[in-house]
Design a protein. Structure first.
Length: 142
């Protein structure tokens, strides 16, 4: 079984070698590398994730703490919420971001659009139903 860190390491290397593009299950999907600091360790961490660009504001992207439908939120979610900032590698551009959680009807609308475009996200929501609501974070270029 492949460890998540090994999986991420391969995606990160492929992303950087191909100007922000990756293949495999993410081929053609919008992917970013999100940098955050461990809230307990202080270590810099990098997580590849799919995103949804804001249609009205090119400085905002949305990321989803789906953890593939696991019953708990991913660590990066807590790190970003605690810090309120991070950094994004998008294509060949790297920039700082301010982090805010999207809630309520706006969260539901954004998540539904991601699930419409990428049906796997609908499956993640089904797996977590009654356990947790998958958080949506807005990352705004700072």
């Amino acid at each position: 079984m492949t460890k998540p860190h090994d999986w991420n390491t391969k995606i990160i290397a492929e992303f950087r070698a191909n100007q922000g593009r990756v293949g495999g299950p993410f081929e053609g999907a919008p992917v970013v590398l999100v940098h955050n600091r461990g809230r307990k360790t202080g270590r810099e961490l990098v997580s590849p994730m799919m995103y949804l660009p804001d249609e009205q504001d090119q400085d905002v992207i949305y990321v989803f703490a789906s953890k593939a439908g696991a019953p708990t939120n991913p660590d990066w979610y807590y790190n970003l919420i605690t810090a309120g900032t991070g950094e994004v590698e998008r294509g060949t551009d790297t920039y700082p971001v301010a982090v805010t959680e999207v809630t309520g009807a706006e969260r539901d609308r954004i998540y539904a659009e991601q699930a419409r475009r990428y049906p796997g996200f609908a499956g993640y929501a089904q797996k977590t139903e009654g356990i947790r609501t998958i958080p949506v974070l807005a990352l705004r270029r700072a």
